[in-house]
Ligand binder design. Structure first.
Ligand code: HEM
Length: 349
């Protein structure tokens, strides 16, 4: 069995396992406080006198259920602003369970599935002219340390965050309630500890990489040719349109996640509960978006493209890789080197 076939088989098995774990999710994520289908509905019953309650002979659960879903009713109580119930919490809870918890796992499954399919059909993008053996400097040690710092922190936060978010529906059926409780508690402590490190890493990555990541005219040509995904050569400077978009997505969505994370870490700073509710939703939505795109980035940066990992591991890339993927940058680097060499010759002459 070749290495590629072995890797493909491993990926398929991992994917099938993940799919099996997630398949229990929708049934688990249903609302737990809604009235059961068999409850007697007296909400519209014109003969039902007096305030609704659940202690009488007839169930009033449908009435309370309707209230929780936003149905307006009033009370004569002077202490409740005339409103029977504050329903925002229930709306938030339902949105979380019915959309975020239910679909976030599936979005990630779909992304991994598509990447695997692409890999199985196209395989890794090879350097067309093969490796030349001559290397060109691409990233300094400081750039690489900043990159691996945020990559490590991000992946830890993603893993612990998904244990917190999906542990109950996905992991409890496999490892049991007690083990899941211990794991989730540990994940929560780790997540709270590493969160602020992400903010530090984000500022660091911004400072180190912002140069070269502003969009330019040449990027439109890249979009037009879909980045050469389906063939054809695309010119690019140090970073292409895809890399620039990843950089700005990370900066913008990463900032939203940092702010919403801080609000959740220090909830007492905000009196209005809505800040917290919006924060939890933005945080989960941002996490799924960033992780989905990060998976694509990790694919291209490792097994998906021959020679690209060298830039972040060794700090230099093969000359043929540079010519093929970042030709305008390569010409700049060669031009600068030639100028420095001739300057030096001039000085020593
Ligand atoms: C763990 C797996 C990862 C691998 C193998 C990987 C690989 C790479 C490689 C090879 C590059 C350089 C591309 C080039 O030379 O043009 C790069 C750039 C970059 N990576 Fe990663 N990466 C990983 C994870 C991450 C994560 C998790 C993040 C962010 C949370 C991240 C953020 C970045 C950024 C911001 C750049 C610079 C892109 C630009 O400025 O346009 N990487 N990565």
């Amino acid at each position: 069995m070749t290495a590629r076939a072995g890797l493909s088989l491993l990926l398929v098995l991992l994917f099938a396992f993940w799919l099996a774990l997630l398949s229990g999710l929708p049934a688990q994520a249903q609302s737990s406080v809604r009235a059961p289908d068999t409850a007697v509905n007296t909400f519209d019953d014109p003969n039902a006198d007096g305030p609704p309650n659940t202690l009488g002979t007839e169930s009033r659960s449908a009435f309370w259920s309707a209230l929780k879903q936003g149905e307006i009713a009033t009370t004569s109580s002077s202490t409740a602003d005339g409103k029977v119930m504050q329903t925002l919490g229930e709306q938030w809870r339902l949105f979380r369970t019915q959309y975020i918890l239910k679909y976030s796992g599936w979005v990630l499954v779909a992304v991994v599935g598509l990447l695997m399919l692409y890999y199985l059909i196209r395989g890794p993008m090879k350097i067309k002219d093969g490796r030349s053996g001559k290397m060109v400097h691409r990233f300094s040690t400081a750039h690489r340390v900043a990159h691996w710092f945020i990559a490590f922190v991000f992946l830890f936060l993603a893993l612990s965050g998904f244990v917190i978010m999906l542990g109950r529906p996905v992991l409890t059926p496999i490892i049991g309630r007690d083990a899941n409780a211990v794991l989730t508690s540990a994940a929560l402590q780790g997540h709270n500890l590493f969160g602020p490190l992400f903010i530090f890493g984000l500022i660091w990555i911004f400072v180190k990489f912002v140069r070269g990541n502003f969009f330019q005219m040449v990027d439109f040509k890249w979009i037009f040719k879909l980045g050469g995904l389906f063939g054809g050569h695309v010119s690019s400077k140090k970073f292409n349109f895809g890399e620039k978009s990843w950089f700005w997505l990370l900066v913008i969505v990463g900032s939203v996640m940092s702010i919403s994370g801080l609000i959740m870490l220090f909830p007492w700073l905000f009196e209005d509960l809505r800040f917290l509710q919006v924060s939890t939703i933005l945080h989960a939505f941002g996490a799924v978006t960033l992780l989905a795109v990060a998976l694509g980035h990790i694919y291209i940066g490792s097994v998906g493209m021959e020679g690209s990992l060298d830039s972040m591991v060794k700090g230099e890339v093969d000359e043929n890789w540079a010519k093929e993927h970042h030709d305008l940058w390569y010409e700049e680097v060669v031009g600068k080197t030639a100028a420095t060499t001739s300057d030096n010759k001039g000085e020593s002459a």
